[in-house]
Write a protein that binds this ligand. Structure first.
Ligand code: NAD
Length: 473
């Protein structure tokens, strides 16, 4: 991505902010505070390269809003990371947290390395040193700023961050709450890995369930049978495609990756394609791959729902006229630029905005943070009790009906919820409720589109938080 595109991304977020702000009653000075990035840190640090020499690595952390603490947001590893990019992403985090009502300000980190072009040892040294740099400036900690995975990072990096922070703060009881998205073995939470993609699926499911909205698009209600194209088969894209097909009954007809794309109108086997790509590094010759296209062409094929889940600025004025989807569901942050979005909206396409749709990750990160602070898993205190209570109900039903269930039937009916059940059900509830709130505002106020409604909702929420803290009497 070019420098110009980075500046465009921050500019785009600010433009979207202004579009939403126009529909609030907030004082302009308060709006300026809600809009502006509160703090940005930029650092360069030395790391031993694989050849034994010194590499100088650049890193950033932007804390967009301190209206709620800790701040929260992922860490991105990409050769193109810039100050403006992390500022834009941190701002999106603030609005995202407001929409799903998790008590954090937004933040984002970035490290300028190519995540796929370096050794594991180098990644580990960079991750540990970056964590130490943040710790030196008090930019990481359970009550200050809590990172999570983003593009180019995952559980492994979060594990290294937690371990480094713990080593620097050996007596801090809550040290493992300094980062989320950790492996289960070091106090992660089941469901965090797939949370963003699962949330994307819940969001699309909710959106496509509205008969009136679907009719306006010339579609039938429901996700089942809808043709889906996904861009990016990474954490977000893979899980969104997997749940949309396996749970939602959608037909994944196209997948675009860096090396190119594949398209089959009869549907692709997401699991088989992902496995093949993991094993060989490319999806182009995956079993049942269908037609092989360029990555860009894949986005332009016939489908009902397009899920860009790779990076920002993927749909612009250049390719928007050729996008054939009726719904564009932003799995990635900022995949549409404002000019591209304008063209899609004019053509009647429904855009489900990133600040709502990919908020599943931060929602489950919130659950992980709570679990780490409470030092107990969600199931520990309730599962056995619920089993016993259910068995009592079943026994009573058996007695009253004089019919008996088999031991297996009883066990299946009475089984108490596992931690993953709590996570999935709370995530589903959050995504449904949040959609409803934003959708209601969109329709009730006659706002031009869902993104404007989402920004309007988030800005009001944050402004009220400032006002209730007495910051702006
Ligand atoms: P990831 O690194 O796991 O996967 C990204 C995938 O996109 C990779 O497989 C990469 O090869 C592919 N890709 C890159 N450029 C591409 C291109 N031009 N065309 C097609 N594919 C391309 O990253 P991720 O965590 O899935 O993040 C993807 C997006 O979702 C980012 O915008 C990120 O900020 C956003 N997001 C991630 C999370 C999370 O929990 N991981 C949460 C919210 C938002």
């Amino acid at each position: 991505m070019t420098k110009k595109a980075d500046e465009g991304f921050l500019g785009a977020v600010e433009r979207y902010f202004e579009r939403g702000a126009r529909h609030t009653d907030c004082d302009r000075r308060l709006l300026n505070q809600v809009k502006r990035c509160n703090a940005v840190y930029e650092t360069s640090f030395p790391v031993r390269g694989d050849d034994g020499g010194i590499e100088v690595v650049r890193g950033f952390r932007a804390e967009h809003s301190h209206h709620r603490l800790p701040t929260k947001g992922g860490i991105r590893y990409s050769a193109d990371v810039s100050r403006e990019e992390v500022m834009a992403l941190a701002a999106l985090m603030t609005f995202k947290c407001a929409i799903v009502n998790v008590p954090f300000g937004g933040a984002k980190g970035g490290v300028c390395i190519d995540p796929h072009g370096c050794s594991e040892g180098f990644r580990e040294r960079v991750t540990r040193r970056y964590t130490a740099e943040l710790a030196k400036k008090n930019l990481i900690g359970p009550s200050v700023d809590v990172p999570a995975p983003d593009y180019g990072t995952g559980e492994r990096e979060m594990g290294w961050i937690a371990d480094t922070f713990k080593a620097l703060n050996p007596t801090q009881l809550d040290a493992f709450a300094c980062v989320t998205g950790k492996p289960l073995s070091i106090h992660g939470i089941p469901g965090r890995r797939e949370a963003t993609g699962l949330g994307v699926y819940y969001g699309i499911h909710e959106c496509t369930s509205r008969t009136e909205d679907m009719r306006a698009l010339g579609l039938t209600p429901g996700l089942a049978g809808k043709r889906v194209i996904v861009q990016g088969l990474g954490n977000v894209g893979y899980h969104a495609a997997k749940f949309a097909s396996e749970e939602g009954g959608a037909l994944v007809v196209g997948i675009a990756e860096i090396e190119g794309g594949i398209y089959d109108p009869d549907g692709l086997d997401v699991e088989a394609v992902a496995r093949h790509r993991r094993e060989t590094g490319s999806l182009l010759d995956a079993p049942g791959a269908g037609k092989v296209l360029s990555s860009a062409e894949t986005l332009e094929q016939e489908c009902d729902v397009l899920i860009p889940a790779a990076l920002e600025n993927q749909i612009t004025a250049e390719n928007a006229p050729r996008i054939r989807a009726r719904i564009v569901a932003e799995g990635a942050n900022g995949p549409l630029d404002p000019a591209g979005e304008e063209i899609l909206l004019e053509r009647g396409v429904l855009v489900i905005p990133d600040i709502y749709l990919n908020a599943g990750g931060v929602t489950v990160s919130y659950f992980e943070w709570l679990k780490n602070l409470s030092h107990a898993s969600f199931e520990r205190m309730t599962t056995r009790y619920e089993e016993i209570a259910s068995l009592r109900v079943l026994d009573t039903i058996e007695r009253l009906t004089e019919k008996s269930l088999s031991a297996d039937e009883k066990r299946a009916l009475a089984e108490g919820p596992k931690e993953i059940d709590f996570v999935y059900s709370a995530l589903a509830e959050t995504m449904e409720q949040s959609y409803q709130r934003v959708h209601d505002l969109w329709k009730r106020r006659g706002l031009p589109d869902l993104r404007t409604a989402a920004f309007c909702f988030a800005i009001n929420h944050i402004a009220n938080s400032y006002l209730s803290q007495g910051i702006f009497p």
